[in-house]
Structure formats: structure tokens, C-alpha cells
Design a protein around this ligand. Structure first.
Ligand code: HDD
Length: 679
């Protein structure tokens, strides 16, 4: 099936390969290495238009990075609807399951600068542009279902607090500092979101393994004008998986582009990332039926109470051709809607509806950013807006005003039945007032529900994250305030944090909240071995029969085996065939693998033994599966073999076990202390 966006972009793609070098005016040049000078050793001449053009263009190459979500990556794909949503919405792209809608997606971190590391602890942006036949629809989402504040007017304050501190511009891409936690303790509506940010969700293994959430309550409107409240969800086919904290910090140095490369490589290999697209629906008459306000963006709708209805699928199937042109210039906006999708009075959403166009004006340099190829809708646009920086269209009509008779009143507005957008006529009344509704005043019940719903290892990770982050705060007063605040969520958790960061335990016990929502635990999501990276460590003379059996099983299970050895030279097995390693012990690292298989070989020298032990040790400490051949099982530390996810290979049964272990990804019940005690 044609991807119409791809066809549109094709008109703008330029291949310079094999071409003559010209100036921007199309003039072929004889020389591009030497500026025009008065004598071989003389000064460069003003006349050198080629030099001036080249340097001027270079001087102007940078545009302002996004004020938030500066670090990210993107890909093209398509949306496939499973069943018509006609009953709830008239949105064209949600009517016919036979129509595929082209999309562009951008994933991002929030706080870090454009060149910061991928694997930092942070929220991840999850922005999707649907190029529909009714214009662009943008779902500007995150990988967490709630937000730090209830009103957009606080967004600049929060961002100032989380960004590097103004005096020193440190720390980069990290919330582990005084101003962030000072903001949190003084703005307690952030409690629920902070619980998510301290959880494993904030350190995803892959953009392909994250859930996405539209956060706000939106409105669907059907053909009859009936409204239904809706929350949007994306669920990854591969389940939700995270890194462990120690890994993230090491990866930030070993491969700061970890998540970016992961996405690009998966798409290049044809392992197209997939996300199910779902909606939670709430009838308008049930607006007040929940025990929180559906306009409050610090609240989620528990899936056990309002199930997520899966209505379609997103597949990412093409990498960008040019990062700047596509990923850097894409401009999202929650206000890019289509008929059948409307807003609610969530004060965070209302404020966002202003901010996004405004930011593009400075970032992309003027009001014509909708004409940049990646932003251009598939349908033509016609109105009386004119001129401005970088205008591309040549509007031939002499008429650029409404109402007119010279152009028969065109471009003309159309009725709703002809596809015109009409805002939902919600009845609104009230006094003008700067205030927060009483219904927005509970800040802790869902924060507690989130914690209550975690598995034991997830709870431990949350506590460890708090201990790290709050432990980095220099102000003891702020540390105390944070501990007191989170005492409202869970006493045991707050006590442990207090003990670790050297402040008093919070007063009183918090046992008010017992609600649990199992869907919040990523431990309950899909587990599959597909695409997980298995480092296969080989050495000259390895057992070919065993290696082939394991490799075939790994491929059958759709994992991604990657061969590692001392050098990149081909390695000969016992059967005479050769394997060409992808990495050496120094060009990759155990933190970059999801599992390891160590076959070794008879010629494993001392240096290789040291490296293999390092790979085993790190992989073990990060709870990842390990398979070792029987003949080198002595490289395992004592008692390690008895631990979960560690296998010594002496037959096919063990290969199957290893594959199952990879599906589990992490083996949390492993005793990681045994290494320390045995050394
Ligand atoms: Fe935002 C970018 C998501 C609240 C103001 N936001 C941005 C991006 C994502 C989100 C994914 C990156 C888009 C891209 O990849 O280009 N933002 C959210 C979510 C929010 C949210 C899910 C709460 C539910 N944002 C929010 C508020 C404001 C902004 C309250 C301001 C009042 N956001 C912006 C921005 C950005 C942005 C300054 C920076 C770059 C851009 O828009 O294009 O306008």
C-alpha cells in the first residue's frame, strides 16, 4: 500500500552522490579547498563569493534546540485501525480499518540538552504525527500517564528547577540536584509523577519497549455530536522493559546514543517496532463518577476500572534520511486536531494549546514552519495567511482577505457535515478566578496506588532512586521536606529514604491508601525474547557443533546474537568454519547486551579470561541471563551457577532454558551479594 507521506517527501529528497559541486545558485565550481587570495601568500579577497556563501551558511547552521525534549530521535511509520470507532468519533482516520495512515514519531528525553545521553533518568516524550486526509493530528504524549503539575502556568517554574542550575549549568540531564527537589517539596501535586519518575519507567531499555500515554482527558465527538471522554494509550508489542540504574550510568559513557541506535538498528534490520493503540472511554454523563477529577492531569484512570480498548496498531518501518530535516524540524502541537477529537478544560492541556506554536516560532524561525516537508499536511491548505520568513507557496490570487466577492468568497469555510471543524459546544459558566478546584486537591492517593501496585523489585528500585537523587541534594532542609512529603505516600518507603539521606523519619503512619492497579506494574507486561541482544563470546577452536546449536536457537527465538572476541579477525571453530566477530572486548561491553553466551575455546588466553570474567560478572550483577559452556564453567564465581538465569550448557534442554531466561530478561530473585562474599 502506498505511503502518501513518503511520496510527498520524495519530492524534497536530494541525492548529491555523483554530482558536480555547485554554489547555492547552481554555479559549478572549479575549486573548493582554497579561498581566492591576492597572491599565494596574500589575504583572502572580499570578491570570493563562494568562500562567503560557504562560511555564512556554516555560521548559521544551528537552530535553537527545543526548550524541553531537546534530545530525541524519530522514525516514520503507519497507523492501522482494527475496528471503526464511528460510534464514538467522526475522526476520518478512525473510521475505516482498510485505510492506513502515515505517521511520524519522535521519542525524547525531557531535561537534557540536545547532545546529552539517552539513558538518563527522565520522562520520555512519545510524540506522534498522523498525516490524515483531514489534516495533521498530533498526539504529543509521554511514557508516563500523569504529569508534574495541574496547571500549565507552573511549567516554566518546574522546567527551570529540573534543568541544570543557573549558576553552574550542572548537572546535565539529571534531576538529582537541589532545585528539582526543592520544587517538588514545595509543589506537592507532583507526588504521583515523581513516583513514576523514580520508577523503572524512567530508564527504558528501548523506545520500542515503552508504553505511551496521552495524559490528558480528551473528547471524542461522533457524527451525531455526542461526546465521550477519552484517554489515549500505546502498548509496545515487546512489553515494557527497563535498564537497571548502574547500567544506565555506564551506558551513558559507553554508548550515549544507546536508545537512538537501538531504534535505528531495529528498523534497519526489519524488526519494525509495534505499538498497540488503545483508548479508555468514559461516557459524558459519567464525568463525576470517579473518585478524582478527570480534568486533573496528575490522575490516571485505573485500567481495571476502565479497560483499555485496543483499536489499532502503530508500526515504525522507516528511518529518516536526514536527521535535521526530519527529526529536528518536526513541530508537534496538541492543538493539531481533526474533526471528532476535541479538548477538555484540563488546565494543563489548555496552556499547552498556547505553548507549542509559540515555541516553533522561535525554534524554526517564523510562522511558515507548516511548510517544512516533515510538517506539511498531506491535504492542501488554503487560507488568507501570507508572507513571513521562508514562505514557500506562491499564492497566485490577488485576494488575501475574508470576506470577499472578487474570489466568490473563497477560500470559504464549510459546514461540519462537509468536514469543517467546529469546537464542541460545552456549556461553561463561572467567575473569572485564579484558583484550583477543590476536586484537584488530593495529591497522594494515586501516588500510593502506584507504589502499592509495584512488584518487590520495582519497589526497591524506586527506593534506591530516591536514595540516589535525594542523597545528592546538598540542602538538609530540602531532604527533610522531601522525606516528609513522601511519608504521605508510604511510611516504610519514606523511612528507608530518611535513613539513607540522613534526615528524620516522617512523623506518623500513612496507611490510608490500599488501592492497587496491577496494570501499573511493568512486571505484568509481555515478555518475549525478540530482538534482545545476546553477546556470544568465542575464541579460536570453539566447539562448532555446540555453537551452531545455540546460534540457531537464538535466531529461531528472534533474538539478536552478536559475536564478541579478542580481535575482529575471523575465528575458526572446531569444524573448520569461521565466524567474523562484530565486536572486541573493548568495542562493546556487557552493559550493552541483554544476555551473554560464553563458549570460549581451547585457546582462551589469560587476557581473554579476565575479559570473560568481567562480562560474566557485570551481566550477573545486572540480573541478565548467562549461558556458559560446560568446559569453561569454572569461570563462574562459586554459587553463581545455582542462581536464577545462570545456565551451564550440557544439552538442548539448557538451550531452551536459556531462551526462556532471555524472555524473562531480568532475574530479580538472583542473589547479587554472592559475588562480593566469594571474592
Ligand atoms: Fe510539552 C515539547 C509532551 C506539558 C511545552 N512536550 C514536548 C514534547 C513532548 C511533550 C513529547 C516533544 C515534542 C517533540 O518531539 O518535538 N508536554 C508533553 C506532555 C505534557 C507536556 C505529555 C503534559 C501532559 N509541555 C507541557 C506544558 C507546556 C509544554 C504544560 C507549556 C506550558 N512541550 C512544550 C514546548 C515544547 C514541548 C515548550 C518544546 C519543544 C516543542 O514544544 O516543540 O512547547
Amino acid at each position: 500500500m502506498n505511503n502518501f507521506k513518503d511520496e510527498q517527501l520524495n519530492q524534497f529528497r536530494v541525492d548529491d552522490m555523483g554530482k558536480d559541486l555547485t554554489t547555492n545558485q547552481g554555479l559549478k565550481m572549479t575549486e573548493d579547498e582554497f579561498s581566492l587570495k591576492a597572491g599565494e601568500r596574500g589575504p583572502t579577497l572580499m570578491e570570493d563569493f563562494h568562500f562567503r556563501e560557504k562560511i555564512t551558511h556554516f555560521d548559521h547552521e544551528r537552530i535553537p534546540e527545543r526548550v524541553v525534549h531537546a534530545r530525541g530521535t524519530g522514525a516514520h511509520g503507519e497507523f492501522q485501525l482494527y475496528e471503526s470507532m464511528k460510534e464514538y468519533t467522526k475522526a476520518g482516520f478512525l473510521q475505516n480499518p482498510n485505510v492506513k495512515t502515515p505517521i511520524f514519531i519522535r521519542f525524547s528525553t525531557v531535561a537534557g540538552f540536545r547532545g546529552s545521553a539517552d539513558t538518563v533518568r527522565d520522562v520520555r516524550g512519545f510524540a506522534i504525527k498522523f498525516y490524515t486526509q483531514e489534516g495533521n493530528y498530533d498526539l504529543v504524549a509521554n511514557n508516563m500517564p500523569v504529569f508534574f503539575m495541574q496547571d500549565a502556568i507552573k511549567f516554566p517554574d518546574f522546567i527551570h528547577a529540573v534543568k541544570p542550575e543557573p549558576r553552574t549549568e550542572v548537572p546535565q540531564a539529571s534531576s538529582a540536584h537541589d532545585t528539582f527537589w526543592d520544587y517538588i517539596a514545595n509543589n506537592q501535586e507532583s507526588a504521583h509523577m515523581v513516583m513514576w519518575a523514580m520508577s523503572d519507567r524512567a530508564i527504558p531499555r528501548s523506545y520500542r519497549m515503552m508504553e505511551g500515554f496521552g495524559v490528558h482527558t480528551f473528547r471524542f465527538i461522533n457524527e451525531q455530536g455526542k461526546a465521550t471522554f477519552v484517554k489515549f494509550h500505546l502498548k509496545p508489542a515487546l512489553g515494557v522493559h527497563s535498564l537497571v540504574w548502574d547500567e544506565t550510568q555506564k551506558i551513558a559513557g559507553k554508548n550515549p546514543d544507546f536508545n537512538r541506535k537501538d531504534l535505528q538498528e531495529a528498523i534497519d534490520c526489519g524488526n519494525f517496532p509495534e505499538f498497540e493503540f488503545g483508548v479508555q472511554l468514559l461516557a459524558e454523563e459519567d464525568e463525576f463518577s470517579l473518585d478524582f477529577d478527570i480534568l486533573d492531569p496528575t490522575k490516571l484512570w485505573p485500567e481495571e476500572d476502565i479497560p483499555v480498548k485496543i483499536i489499532g496498531k502503530i508500526t515504525l518501518n522507516k528511518n529518516v534520511d536526514n536527521f535535521f530535516a526530519e527529526v529536528e524540524q518536526v513541530a508537534f502541537h496538541p492543538g493539531h486536531v481533526v474533526p471528532g477529537i476535541d479538548f477538555t478544560n484540563d488546565p494543563l492541556l489548555q496552556g499547552r494549546l498556547f505553548s507549542y506554536t509559540d515555541t516553533q516560532l522561535i525554534r524554526l524561525g517564523g510562522p511558515n514552519f507548516h511548510e517544512i516537508p516533515i510538517n506539511k499536511p498531506l491535504v492542501q491548505f488554503h487560507n488568507n495567511q501570507r508572507d513571513g520568513y521562508h514562505r514557500q507557496t506562491i499564492n497566485t490570487s490577488n485576494i488575501s482577505y475574508h470576506r470577499n466577492s472578487l474570489a466568490n468568497g473563497t477560500p470559504k469555510t464549510v459546514s461540519e457535515s462537509e468536514g469543517g471543524y467546529a469546537h464542541y459546544q460545552e456549556k461553561v459558566s463561572g467567575n473569572k478566578i485564579r484558583a484550583r478546584s477543590d476536586s484537584f486537591k488530593d495529591h497522594f492517593s494515586q501516588a500510593a496506588m502506584f507504589y502499592n501496585s509495584m512488584s518487590e523489585h520495582e519497589k526497591k528500585h524506586i527506593m534506591d532512586a530516591f536514595k540516589f537523587e535525594v542523597g545528592k541534594v546538598k540542602s538538609k532542609e530540602v531532604r527533610q521536606q522531601v522525606v516528609d512529603m513522601f511519608g504521605n505516600v508510604n511510611t516504610d518507603m519514606a523511612n528507608q529514604i530518611a535513613d539513607s539521606v540522613g534526615v528524620n523519619r516522617p512523623e506518623g503512619e500513612c496507611s490510608k491508601y490500599s488501592k492497587v492497579s496491577p496494570a501499573l506494574s511493568q512486571a505484568n507486561t509481555v515478555k518475549r525474547p525478540d530482538t534482545l541482544k545476546v553477546g556470544c563470546i568465542i575464541c579460536e577452536g570453539y566447539n562448532s557443533e555446540e555453537f551452531n546449536a545455540v546460534l540457531n536457537a537464538l535466531y529461531d527465538a528472534k533474538t539478536t546474537p552478536e559475536i564478541i572476541s579478542s580481535t575482529l579477525s575471523p575465528v575458526k571453530g572446531s569444524g573448520g568454519e569461521e565466524q567474523v566477530p562484530k565486536y572486541t572486548f573493548t568495542t562493546t561491553d556487557p552493559v550493552l547486551m541483554d544476555a551473554i553466551y560464553v563458549i570460549g575455546g581451547p585457546n582462551l588466553d589469560d587476557k581473554a579470561v579476565t575479559e570473560v570474567k568481567r562480562f560474566i560478572h557485570e551481566t550477573y550483577m545486572h540480573y541478565k541471563p548467562i549461558l556458559v559452556s560446560q568446559n569453561i564453567s569454572m569461570l563462574l564465581d562459586a554459587n553463581m551457577a545455582a542462581q536464577s538465569g545462570v545456565t551451564i550448557l550440557d544439552g538442548n534442554m539448557q538451550i531452551n532454558k536459556f531462551i526462556n531466561d532471555i524472555s524473562m530478561h531480568r532475574h530479580w530473585d538472583r542473589n547479587v551479594n554472592i559475588i562480593a562474599t566469594n571474592k
